[in-house]
Design a binder for this molecule. Structure first.
Ligand SMILES: [Zn+2]
Length: 396
């Protein structure tokens, strides 16, 4: 495939240039505003001073009134506001004109040139848009869209996200019940995916009881909900049980880390991750990523169309003939090759994300972990320790 010689850094450079010029103009504007305000203040003070003097003299004392006016005139001349303000607009206008020129140069491209009438599946597109709204908690907007699109199947996508946001809302007031109910319903799926979310939820519930001075309830809770995890997480469970001995002064105990607010801070994201994963959705909505990427790379696509006289057929293309560099969070990979075994991952042998951030196939991790879930092993890429149970399956 022919590779066109277009620098993929050009668009980013243009964006940076526009941002720098904009910042320069706003900086100048702020400088000037503060100078103008300073002058107005000075003038105000002089007038106020003269007014006070005028009010304190006899009405008939014309001579003194005249001298106050003359004094005010001299004071205002000394400030010379007209002279000081004269050069200000010119400087600002120059910066503004440069900014406008740059905007016109960068954004006047006719984006319709890159448009091609593709044969979209309207129902699928409706579903993607509805999910985009619902997953972001924009339920009214999603409902309105579904109504106008008259797509009853898209409406059915709302329920799971309502449940997710209900649980997330409850977490704000440290109410773990809806999240725990969901985790209990999905217990098997969470276990198969190596998730420790359920334990995290039980752990927080137990520590809440303990911190609310309810030792008996905490003891009962630990026996019912924590000890079943003893085989899989022996250290955590024994530490949590030891917390009972520190009731009322957990913050001064060797287990203070367990009551750190960070566990509550990270919980909503962890819950959302697992929830979306179960629905087969990526954590970041695919439509959002596509919109951001398309918006950023549109100038490049317009150029590509121009250079190929509009003869590029997007539908038949498996990849763009130009390299496009995106930030990591915008990258979606449909195929993952295990860097250790050099083979493609699949549904039977899915890619697993280790705590260090490296991704290996389940087959390789099973091999190097000796097929144990709790014993730690070295990541072959960065030599950091990891356990099988800490690895998360990636879904594509
Ligand atoms: Zn690693």
């Amino acid at each position: 495939m022919q590779v066109l010689n277009i620098s993929d850094h050009k668009v980013n450079m243009d964006h940076n240039k526009i941002e720098d010029t904009f910042n320069l103009v706003t900086e100048k504007l702020q400088n000037k505003s503060s100078k103008i305000l300073e002058l107005v203040d000075q003038i105000g003070q002089k007038i106020e001073c003269a007014t006070t003097k005028m009010q304190s003299i006899e009405t008939a004392n014309v001579g003194l009134a005249k001298s106050i006016f003359l004094g005010l005139e001299t004071a205002l001349n000394e400030i010379s506001p007209i002279k000081k303000l004269k050069g200000l607009p010119k400087d600002l206008n120059e910066g503004l004109a440069k900014y406008v020129r740059l905007l016109e140069k960068s954004f006047r491209a006719d984006i319709s040139e890159s448009y091609q009438n593709l044969d979209f599946d309207a129902h699928l597109v409706n579903q993607i848009i509805a999910i985009y709204f619902y997953r972001d908690g924009l339920f009214d907007l999603g409902d309105c869209f579904v109504r106008e699109a008259n797509d009853s199947e898209a409406a059915a996508l709302k329920a799971p996200f309502l449940q997710m946001y209900g649980a997330l809302e409850a977490l704000k007031s440290r109410n773990l019940e809806p999240a725990l109910n969901w985790a209990s319903e999905q217990s098997e799926w969470l276990f198969l995916n190596g998730s420790d979310l359920k334990l995290t939820l039980h752990q927080l519930q137990y520590l809440e009881l303990l911190q609310n001075d309810n030792g008996t309830a905490a003891l009962g809770y630990s026996a019912e909900y924590l000890t079943p995890y003893a085989a899989e997480y022996p250290d955590d469970v024994s530490n949590l049980l030891a917390c009972l001995l520190w009731k009322g002064k957990l913050h001064e105990s060797p287990y203070a880390e367990y009551v750190s607010p960070k566990h509550w801070d990270t919980l909503p994201e962890k819950f959302k991750h697992q929830f979306c994963s179960l629905l087969g959705e990526s954590y970041q909505g695919a439509l959002g990523v596509a919109i951001v990427t398309g918006f950023r790379e549109l100038p490049m696509l317009v150029k590509l169309q121009k250079l190929t006289d509009g003869e590029q057929d997007w539908e038949s293309m498996h990849q763009l003939p130009i390299p496009i560099e995106l930030e990591t969070q915008l990258l979606l990979r449909s195929v993952v090759v295990c860097p250790g075994l050099k083979e493609k991952t699949s549904n039977e042998n899915p890619p697993l994300l280790m705590p260090c951030g490296h991704v290996l196939s389940k087959k390789l991790i099973t091999l190097i972990s000796g097929n144990t879930r709790c014993l730690s092993f070295w990541c072959p890429c960065c030599k950091k320790r990891a356990k099988f149970i800490e690895c998360r399956q990636l879904h594509f």
